[in-house]
Design a protein around this ligand. Structure first.
Ligand code: PAF
Length: 283
């Protein structure tokens, strides 16, 4: 595996690879890699000739008072893990090169980026779409792999790709969970041992929703109440939202109707904010 830190060098590499007819797959990450990220790299490995994993803690997607400074970082271990998982090129740009003084241009997907996560983190998705668009221009991928764990991010990036006519195939890979069901996330390290035990309630509440729909329950409020009870019993400090939406559009559903719904939630344990979701088929 080769590590590239300069934007120009990555672009020349990508151009050369394209000239040779190689199919480039990119896996954008903020590092502190876990098995969830590595499953995305493995997926890219299957689909592309050359896998580029990017590692960049993107300041523009963190709001004031969020965890940018303390976001976990371990680039040396990331290099090892990325290489073992099948990365060919690890792209680790410097913040000063990605956002030099005088940077003024942002990419914004309207509507979708103001609901759910966007309502609680108003500038978050503008930072995500901006950095992902930059990474696409730098890595010049034919395909890009993102995780379903960040379902709203995946929907927004799909919309951006469509709206901007980007010739990039998106693959949204399934959520990878710990053995007790907690979705893997770099932020799980913030949890105290007690909070970590209680955090299994996120998945439990999603499973509760899935079971309820399977049993024929069609009332959103009834399911939401049951889910919130599970979360409250796990001593979450706040439930930011438990939302029932259409996958893809994030249009809120009033009643559980076919063909499927996405149940997404965000909760806090102290200062730690966790998200999770499930897509439930409805017949
Ligand atoms: O999902 C993430 O880790 C980030 O939002 C991404 C896509 C790498 C952009 O910084």
């Amino acid at each position: 595996m080769e590590t590239v830190t300069r934007i120009g060098e990555m672009q020349s590499h990508a151009e050369e690879l394209r000239r040779k007819g190689a199919m480039i797959g990119v896996v954008p990450t903020m590092g502190y890699l876990h098995d969830g990220h590595l499953s995305l790299v493995a997926r890219a490995r299957k689909e592309a000739d050359v896998v580029v994993t990017t590692l960049f803690v993107n300041p523009t997607q963190f709001g004031p008072g969020e965890d940018f400074e303390r976001y976990p970082r371990d680039p040396e271990n990331d290099e090892r893990l990325a290489s073992r998982a099948g990365t060919d090129i690890l792209f680790m740009p410097a913040t000063e090169e990605m956002y030099p003084a005088g940077f003024k241009t942002y990419v914004l997907t309207e509507g979708l980026s103001t609901v759910l996560e966007g309502a609680f983190r108003p500038t978050h998705f503008r930072g995500v779409t901006t950095v992902v668009m930059k990474l696409f221009h730098i890595v010049k991928p034919h395909l890009a792999v993102f995780g379903q764990k960040d379902a709203q991010q995946a929907a927004i990036i799909s919309q951006m790709v469509k709206d901007m006519n980007l010739d990039i195939r998106l693959i949204i890979a399934p959520i990878v969970r710990e053995s007790d069901g907690l979705a893997m996330s770099s932020r799980n390290v913030y949890l105290s041992p007690e909070e970590r035990k209680n955090a299994v309630a996120l998945f439990r509440s999603l499973r509760f929703a899935e079971d309820a729909v399977r049993r024929g329950e069609r009332r959103v409020e009834t399911i939401r109440n049951g889910m919130e009870e599970i979360l409250r019993n796990a001593h979450v400090s706040a439930v930011d939202y438990v939302a029932f939406v259409r996958p893809g559009t994030f249009e809120v559903v009033e009643r559980i109707d076919p063909p499927d719904i996405l149940v997404a939630l965000a909760v806090r344990f102290g200062k730690t904010r966790l998200i999770d979701n499930i897509v439930i088929p409805v017949s």
